[in-house]
Design a protein around this ligand. Sequence first.
Ligand SMILES: Nc1ncnc2c1ncn2[C@@H]1O[C@H](COP(=O)(O)OP(=O)(O)OP(=O)(O)O)[C@@H](O)[C@H]1O
Ligand SMILES: [Mg+2]
Length: 359
Amino acid sequence: MSDYMIEFVNVTKRYGDIVANEHITLQIKRGELMTLLGPSGCGKTTALRCLTGHNHPDEGRIFIDGQDVTDLPTYKRNLGMVFQNFALFPHMTAFENVEFPLRIRGLSQSERREKVVEALKLVRLEGYGSHFPRQLSGGQQQRIGLARALVYRPSVLLLDEPLSNLDAKLREEMRFEIKDLQVRLGITAVYVTHDQEEALALSDRVAIMNKGRIEQVGTPEEIYERPGSQFVADFIGLSNFLEGTVTAVEGETTYLAVDNLSLGLATTAGARVGQRVLAFVRPNEVELAAPGTMSGPEVLEGVVEKMTYLGDKVDYRLRLGDRLMLRVQSGGTVRFKAGERVAVRLPMERCRVIGGGKA
Ligand SMILES: Nc1ncnc2c1ncn2[C@@H]1O[C@H](COP(=O)(O)OP(=O)(O)OP(=O)(O)O)[C@@H](O)[C@H]1O
Ligand SMILES: [Mg+2]
């Protein structure tokens, strides 16, 4: 038995001149929920379609459960699918919708009945079998769609933006339902989204895609805490980028010249004077205080250009020095208004250098 349920090995897919997937290599473990995350057009659906067999890769191979399926038709791959613009059959009841894949597969009426009842229970919609889609809420329709994808017990579940038609609150609830269902069934799942919060909430691991390539694969925590590139740091959560040149290394502190400012970063295996460094810090990791109340190499002064009250937090856009703009978010009440001067502490250990190690 292969350790991996799904393997992409060096998969490239072109549409004419467009390289929609470029040398994609990705292993997905048994029972794992892997999310393909990236901006619109980066090739997520294309990769999923290579997996389903709706696309044939120009190069590379695809394996499901150790079997090379690259040349197998879709119906021989035993996949359950829920798609973005998924539609239930409007003229069929919920029961009939869920039953449909079993009819195609030629199961007897009693077998079908048993499996449909079980699937409806799985998505907590027993008792809704006789409802037509128009008599169901968006979330209920989505759950019927899930039941339809799971009723024949596929070995892999594929979901392409399955929540994009739902409102924000329902989307958040459905996230947990999908995750819960996936864990209960122990099914391997590939989830496609461009919503980073959804990806962080659902996934065992996330593959971040950019322009047809995979930029980084890791657990939600790894990609958030240790982004391997500026693209990833920018795509996952909000980031302030601090690009500068190392001017001095003194003990535990590396001094970085960012524009006309001097900023201290934490040490620094092997940082050299003159080296270019790109660091980042999250808006909620920066501390603000009244001017003159903090000091040290990691403290700078700035001016609030814009303050936005967001309920659970306050968002500040600060100008530091001539050009550097910094986004800071802090919880609670409004402490500074536009035009006020502030002291800004960029905690050394939170200003991480992109690309792994430290400065
Ligand atoms: N059938 C097709 N013919 C030609 N080009 C295509 C086709 N399908 C996709 N593309 C192109 O391939 C690239 C990747 O598209 P894909 O649908 O995989 O992106 P995506 O990451 O799923 O985007 P979204 O988040 O908008 O759904 C895009 O540039 C797209 O325009
Ligand atoms: Mg897509």
